[in-house]
Design a protein around this ligand. Structure first.
Ligand code: SAH
Length: 218
């Protein structure tokens, strides 16, 4: 049976505190902050961990994977520069719990997301159905992207890639952006690439820690 999902005033209050904390850490984009206020993060965690859902920390989900820390979700979402009115087509690599995808949807994007772990894919796909979300979840290898649905306005990678994945760059529209944590070790450099006809512009934005981006097992 599907789990009952309740978003109480208490949860909403906890989210307000979280939004305040994210602002104090430098997150300014109103579209991002509104989405974090609106999306119940506790839906995306195991029910036993509801008390921790609104702390600014990462958390273990299934299959040894983690739901990113709210600050990291906010930081990556801000780098994507999503205008709520433009209905941008966004591809996420690393669905995990689905929280980041739900934030992007709330920001006004049309979201496609890929997960390589069957167990997580099944669980999160069911959750999105229960939430009547339009997020499209795919089981597969993020290194391949989603050629059938390309090109995308934005691509977001939520696992640490050893280098900028070339296939993904090729699935961007001209003027489109790829945000990806790059680094083979435990620490990655947050990297944003803007795809231009005359050559891509690459900028780095500090260090973060993500679980590794791995080739699909299948
Ligand atoms: N965006 C997620 C964060 C999940 S952690 C959230 O909001 O919860 C990163 C996820 O990337 C993990 O679930 C991991 O299984 C997945 N992943 C790793 N390598 C991948 C690949 N090559 N293709 C697709 N998903 C991948």
């Amino acid at each position: 049976m599907a789990r009952q999902l309740v978003d109480s005033f208490r949860h909403q209050g906890m989210r307000q505190n979280l939004v305040r904390k994210l602002k104090s850490k430098g997150i300014k984009n109103e579209n991002v902050l509104k989405a974090i206020q609106a999306v119940p993060r506790h839906y995306f965690l195991d029910p036993a961990f509801v008390e921790f859902a609104y702390e600014d920390r990462p958390f273990e989900i299934s299959a040894g994977q983690t739901i990113s820390q709210p600050y990291t979700v906010a930081f990556q979402s801000q780098l994507l520069e999503i205008d709520p009115k433009s209905r941008l087509k966004v591809l996420e690599i690393g669905t995990g719990s689905g929280y980041q995808a739900a934030i992007l949807e709330k920001m006004g994007a049309k979201v496609f997301t890929i997960e390589r772990f069957r167990e997580l894919f099944d669980k999160t796909k069911k959750l999105f159905e229960q939430l009547h979300s339009q997020v499209k979840v795919f089981y597969g290898d993020g290194f391949k992207g989603l050629p059938a649905f390309a090109p995308f306005d934005r691509i977001l990678v939520t696992c640490g890639a050893p280098e900028i994945p070339e296939n993904l760059v090729n699935q961007l529209k001209t003027g489109g952006m790829l945000v990806v944590p790059v680094g083979a070790g435990p620490v990655q450099k947050m990297t944003r690439l803007v795809h231009r006809e005359k050559g891509d512009e690459v900028t780095e934005f500090g260090s973060f820690r993500f679980v590794p981006m791995l080739q699909n097992k299948t």
